[in-house]
Design a protein around this ligand. Structure first.
Ligand code: TYD
Ligand code: MG
Length: 454
């Protein structure tokens, strides 16, 4: 039977293959298959044991207190978590190597410990001396947190089981932890999954919050740990460019708070510092009155954020024109270019197009369409957009500008930063609940992309 044989599991997506092959059938990645021991046969342990107790079903009404929270004392991190760490919950923190995961967690762990709670930091990547050096650099040596270097799951679990009042446990990183009962190497899907399941089970049983650090591979998935996302209560990704000093912490899943919430940090010589006003930061280097630039009033999670969209067109030197995008979706750019050509009569096809979201933020909102279109039109006509205006609105395939949510907070943020005009969808300007602009702000409505071109 096939299940008796060893199997080959893709380390990127977890797809199981009966025999080795160069390319994964599930995700199409090359060289990601690794041999793993077979899955156990027969009925699972629950069915074998038999005689379970009756589960009690209850109604929807009832007393439910909000979950107890452990504030980390870092406001940007607490916001992304939805108000602090939740006791007996598991959080996965993912990101590229060197982005600052260990730094922020050390900072958070030290603060929680200084607030009088028991905090354990298990480092599998660095020796105790290295972590101490980092703590000294961050000015955290006075914090009473407990530190250990360990990678064997058995040892870690045995130690945690003796802890009576642990509030927070950090495992840095889950890829270094291994269970000797498994044949697979540390960092493989099987190891990562088994070790995380055991640690999470322990956290729920003992009531402490556990934070698992996971590295992202070059393909942008957590190495193996993508398979962890469904096991944890919250997944946070650290984004940003190592060359830039800004770091963005984004919640992609959160059972106890809003997703897409972001926290903005700046990496300094003494660790990560919170950025309280990201809009001001993202617009700090903007130069008014240049063509190819438009300010987008976006929403990240529950917070409005203004960013500058930059576009550059240059005549293509033959062959297929280039489309280079940083911080936005390249498929969406192609769509907008096609709409501008087909519905507004602009011919951009022979140009190389470069698009950049300044400041290193990655935008996923369709509401950015109008700002991107404005930047493209401005670049094509070499006429600057109004430097005092912000843009937002989704663009459909026939060129219509569609309404987007939360226009009031977008306008308020724009007014706060001194903008005096906004170009926005007609439905918002004239809708059943028309936008009451903040004092001193004029609204200019667009029903179709052609209005913008005109
Ligand atoms: P680190 O937290 O070790 O990243 P990760 O755990 O995600 O791999 O961050 C490492 C980088 O941060 C490293 O390149 C040095 C830099 N750094 C600073 O700039 N300032 C600091 O105070 C610290 C501790 C690190
Ligand atoms: Mg690290």
């Amino acid at each position: 039977m096939a299940r008796d044989k060893t199997r080959f599991v893709c380390q990127a997506c977890g797809t199981v293959h009966p025999k080795w092959q160069g390319r994964c059938e599930g995700c199409g990645e090359w060289n990601t298959l690794a041999e793993e021991a077979p899955a156990p046969r027969g009925p699972g342990p629950a069915a074998k044991a038999g005689g379970g107790r009756r589960v009690e079903f209850v109604g929807l009404k009832g007393e439910s207190a909000p979950p107890p929270r452990i504030p980390t004392g870092i406001a940007e991190l607490d916001r992304v978590l939805g108000g602090g760490l939740v006791a007996a919950s598991a959080v996965l923190v993912g990101g590229d190597p060197g982005i600052g995961k260990s730094t922020i967690l050390l900072q958070a762990a030290a603060r929680v410990a200084s607030a009088g709670r028991r905090v354990l930091y298990v480092s599998g990547e660095e020796a105790v001396e290295q972590v101490r050096l980092r703590a000294a650099r961050l000015g955290l040596t006075e914090s009473p947190m407990a530190l250990a270097a360990a990678t064997a799951l058995r040892d870690i679990v045995a130690s945690l089981e003796q802890e009576t009042d642990a509030a927070l446990v950090v495992i840095d990183s889950i890829q270094t932890v291994w269970l000797d009962a498994l044949d697979s190497a540390p960092g493989t899907v099987a190891q990562v999954r088994a070790c995380a399941a055991e640690l999470i089970r322990l956290a729920k049983a003992r009531g402490f919050a556990i934070v698992l650090v996971g590295h992202v591979t070059k393909e942008g998935t957590l190495a193996g740990p993508r398979v962890l996302e469904h096991m944890v209560d919250a997944t946070l990704y650290f984004e940003g460019d190592r060359g830039h000093q800004f770091r963005i912490l984004r919640a992609v899943k959160n059972r106890f708070g809003a997703t897409d919430e972001i926290g903005v940090f700046e990496m300094t010589g003494t660790g990560l510092v919170e950025v309280a006003n990201p809009s001001a930061l993202f617009l700090a280097e903007r130069r008014g009155n240049v063509s190819g630039s438009a300010v987008f009033a976006g929403i990240e999670g529950t917070r409005p954020v203004l960013v500058e969209v930059q576009a550059l067109l240059s005549p293509s030197s033959g062959g297929t024109p280039r489309r280079q995008v940083v911080g936005w979706d390249s498929g969406r750019l192609s769509m907008l270019l096609a709409v501008l050509e087909a519905r507004c009569g602009m011919s951009l096809g022979q140009n190389d197009v470069y698009l950049n979201i300044a400041g290193g933020l990655r935008i996923a909102e369709p509401a950015a369409d109008l700002a991107v279109a404005a930047a493209l039109v401005s670049a094509a006509t070499d006429r600057p957009t109004d430097a005092e205006a912000v843009y937002f609105g989704e663009v459909g395939l026939s060129g219509e500008v569609r309404q987007v949510a939360q226009f009031e907070s977008r306008l308020r943020e724009a007014a706060k930063l001194g903008f005096t005009a906004a170009t926005l969808p007609r439905r918002i300007a004239r809708g059943a609940r028309p936008a009451a602009p903040p004092p001193g702000m004029s609204l200019s409505e667009t029903g179709h992309l052609a209005d913008l071109v005109a």
